[in-house]
Design a protein around this ligand. Structure first.
Ligand code: PLP
Length: 325
C-alpha cells in the first residue's frame, strides 16, 4: 500500500476504528462491521453508484444520553438522493430512522459518533447505467470528534477545481462517486497549506467548502448562496436559517462573488461533519480583523448548545438514543 503525501493526509484521516467492536446494519441484519463485506463486482464499487448521509450523534455526559442530530431530515434527503439515482422501494422514513437509531444504540457509544446510512447499487455487473439494477442498504457508525477546527478560525483558499455542476452530477444529492470532486478540492487546499477549500461554481460564484456550506456576513446581514448555485442543500445550512430567525439576525440567499469574501466582515463554514467553523482568512486575506466575529460566535454557541441537548428552542433537532422503549 502506498500513501501519497502522507503527512497531509494524516491530518484529515480519522483514527481507524476497531471494526470488530462495532455493529452495523448490513443485508437485513445487525453484524460486526468487520464482517460486512461486498463483492468486488458490486456496481456501486465499480462506478460510485451509491448514495449516503453523514449523521452526527452527540454525547451529553451530564444526562448520560446520546443525541442523534436531525436523523429524520437526513433520511428524507437520503430518500431524495435515491429517487434521483433511480432507486425505488427503499425503507420508509420511519423504518430507516429506526435502523439508524438501532445502530447507534447497539454500539453503546459514550462519546460523539458519526453514522453513515447508505443505499448502494448491489448488482454485480459491468455496465455504466442507473436503471435495471438492484440496490441494498447498510448503516454503519463510528466514534468521531471534530473534523475541522471550530473555535479559532481556519485559513482557507480558493481552489482551481470547480464544484460539480448540477448539469453533470446532481449537486444536491450525496452520491458517493461525486465525492471525488470535493476530494480534489480538499487535497489541493491542504497541500497548499490551507485547512479548507473554497469551491467556485462553473461560472465563478462561490458555491461552498469541500463538504460544508458557506455563509458570510456583510453589514450585519448573513448571506449564503442559493440552492441553485450547485451546493448541497445542507441540513446544517437550514439549521443556520432557523438559528438566525431565533436570534433576529437578517439572512439572505444570493450568489456570492469570490472577492466579496475578501471584504466580508465574517465568513463561516457549516456542515454535519464540520459543525460551525469560522474562517480566519481567504486566499491570505484576513476575514474582518482575523478574529472570530460576533455573529459567527452567536451562531456557533447556539448550534453547539442545540446539538448537545442544552437548548429548549432546538429540542426538535435531536433524538435521544438510549430510551427504554
Ligand atoms: C458537498 C457538501 N456540502 C455541504 C455539506 C453540509 O451538509 P449538511 O449540513 O447536510 O451535513 C456536506 C456534508 O454533508 C457536503 O458533503
Amino acid at each position: 500500500m502506498v500513501t501519497e503525501h502522507a503527512s497531509a493526509s494524516a491530518a484529515t484521516a480519522a483514527a481507524k476504528p476497531d471494526q470488530n467492536s462495532l455493529t452495523c446494519y448490513f443485508q437485513g441484519g445487525y453484524v460486526r462491521l468487520g464482517e460486512a463485506r461486498i463483492p468486488l463486482m458490486t456496481h456501486a464499487f465499480l462506478y460510485g453508484t451509491a448514495v449516503f448521509e453523514g449523521i452526527r450523534a452527540y454525547w451529553n455526559a451530564e444526562e448520560k444520553q446520546l443525541y442523534g442530530l436531525r436523523i429524520r431530515d437526513h433520511i428524507v434527503r437520503l430518500r431524495n438522493s435515491c429517487k434521483i439515482m433511480l432507486m425505488a422501494d427503499v425503507p420508509s422514513v420511519e423504518d430507516f430512522t429506526e435502523i439508524v437509531k438501532q445502530v447507534l444504540r447497539r454500539n453503546e457509544f459514550h462519546e460523539d459518533a458519526y453514522c453513515r446510512p447508505s443505499v448502494y447499487k448491489s448488482t454485480e455487473a459491468i455496465g455504466v447505467k442507473l436503471h435495471g439494477l438492484t440496490h441494498d442498504l447498510y448503516v454503519l457508525a463510528v466514534p468521531m470528534g471534530d473534523y475541522i477546527d471550530t473555535e479559532k478560525g481556519i485559513p482557507t483558499g480558493t481552489v482551481s477545481w470547480r464544484r460539480v455542476s448540477d448539469t453533470a452530477i446532481p449537486a444536491r444529492s450525496k452520491i458517493t462517486g461525486s465525492y471525488v470532486n470535493p476530494a480534489f478540492s480538499k487535497s489541493e487546499a491542504m497541500l497548499n497549506g490551507y485547512d479548507e477549500a473554497i469551491v467556485l461554481t462553473q461560472d465563478g460564484h462561490v458555491a461552498e467548502g469541500s463538504a460544508e456550506n458557506l455563509f458570510m456576513v456583510r453589514d450585519g446581514v448573513l448571506i449564503t448562496p442559493p440552492v441553485s448555485d450547485d451546493i448541497l442543500e445542507g441540513i446544517t445550512r437550514a439549521g443556520v436559517f432557523e438559528i438566525a430567525k431565533h436570534l433576529d439576525i437578517p439572512i439572505k440567499e444570493r450568489s456570492i462573488d469570490r472577492t466579496e469574501l475578501y471584504i466580508a466582515d465574517e465568513v463561516f463554514l457549516c456542515g454535519t461533519g464540520a459543525q460551525v467553523s469560522p474562517v480566519a482568512s481567504v486566499d491570505h486575506r484576513a476575514v474582518g480583523d482575523g478574529r472570530v466575529g460576533p455573529i459567527s460566535k452567536q451562531i456557533s454557541k447556539t448550534y453547539f448548545d442545540a446539538v448537545r441537548g442544552r437548548s429548549g428552542a432546538f429540542r426538535h433537532w435531536i433524538t435521544p438514543i438510549y430510551t427504554s422503549d
